[in-house]
Design a protein around this ligand. Sequence first.
Ligand code: PSU
Ligand code: MN
Length: 323
Amino acid sequence: MTSWHATDEVAEALRDGRPVVALESTILTHGLAREPRAMSAKFVTAFPKWDANRPANLAAALGAEAAVRASGAVPATIAIIDGRVCVGLTSTQLEQFCANDGASKVSLRDLGSAIAHQRTGGTTVASTSCIAAMSGISLFATGGIGGVHRGWSKTLDFSADLMAIATHPVLVVSAGAKILLDLPATLEALETLGIPTLGFGSRFFPRFTVSPDQNLLLPDQVQDAAEAARVVAAHWSVRPSCGALLMQACPETFALPAEQTEHALETAMVDAQALGIRGAATTPFLLARLASSTNGQEVVEANLALLFANASLAAKVACAMSD
Ligand code: PSU
Ligand code: MN
C-alpha cells in the first residue's frame, strides 16, 4: 500500500474547502544550493525576510510558502520522503529534506519506484501535478516548467511535465518554460496537447529568468486572478481532466537580458554533450551551469524572485476559485 501523508494544516484546509497551493521540490533537491547564500542589496530590499543564514534551498522553500500564506492560501510542498508521498512538510521535515544530498529527482516515471524502494526525492512539475491532483489540490506554483528540449528531433527529449499537465486537472502557475528549452517547439507542443496557456497581463511568452520573447505569443491572456479563475473553471467544465497554465514574466527588476544567458547556455550545452549528460540529468546540469556563470548571482536571484511571485499569484487564483 502506498503511504500518503498530508500535514494537519493541509488536510484541514482541504477538508474545509479552503485554498491550497502545491509547491514542487526538485528545485530544492536539484536546483538551489544546500549552503547559505548571500544576496545582493537589491534582492534583500525586495525580500527582507530572506534568511541568509539558512541553506539557500531551505530559505527558498520557506520563502515560497510564506508568499502563498501572505496571499491567503495554505502551502503544500510536495515531496517523497522514505517512500512516503508527502503533501505538505513540517518545518523539521523540510529542514531534513533540504539537507539530504542523496535525494533523487522524481518525475512521473520514477514515482512508483521511489515509493516501493522507500527513496527520498524531489518531485518535478510532472509528479507534483500528479500528486496535487490526486490530493484534490488544483493550484500549483513553480519557477519554470519543463518542455521540448533543444535538439529534440534527435533526442526525443521533451519533458514529462507537458504530458502530466495535459492529463491532470491542475492549474500550474509559472514564469513560462525554462530558457534552456526550444520555446517555439514547446508552445507548439502545448497546443497539440490542448493545454490552455494564459499570459498574466501580457501575451508574450515568458522565458523563466529572461525577459519575455515579444515574438512568441500565447493564445490568450487574463488581467487578474478572478479572470484566471473564471477561464480555468470554464475549461474544466468541458475538459475536467486536463490541466492549464498561467504564465507571468519574471519580475522586471530581476529579469535578465537574453543575449548573456544564450551565450552561457551555448557553452553549457557543448559541455553537456562532451560529458555525456542526457535525459533527466540535462535540466539540472544546464540550470546549475547558468547559476555558476559570470552572472550566476543574478540568475539565482531572478529564479527566486519569480518563484515567490508565482507562489503569490497561485494563492490569489486559489482564493478566487474558492470564492
Ligand atoms: N528547477 C531546478 N532544477 C530542476 C527543475 C526545476 O532548478 O531540475 C525541474 C522541474 O521540477 C521540472 C523539471 O519539472 O526540472 C523538468 O525536467 P525534465 O526536462 O527532465 O522533465
Ligand atoms: Mn527529459
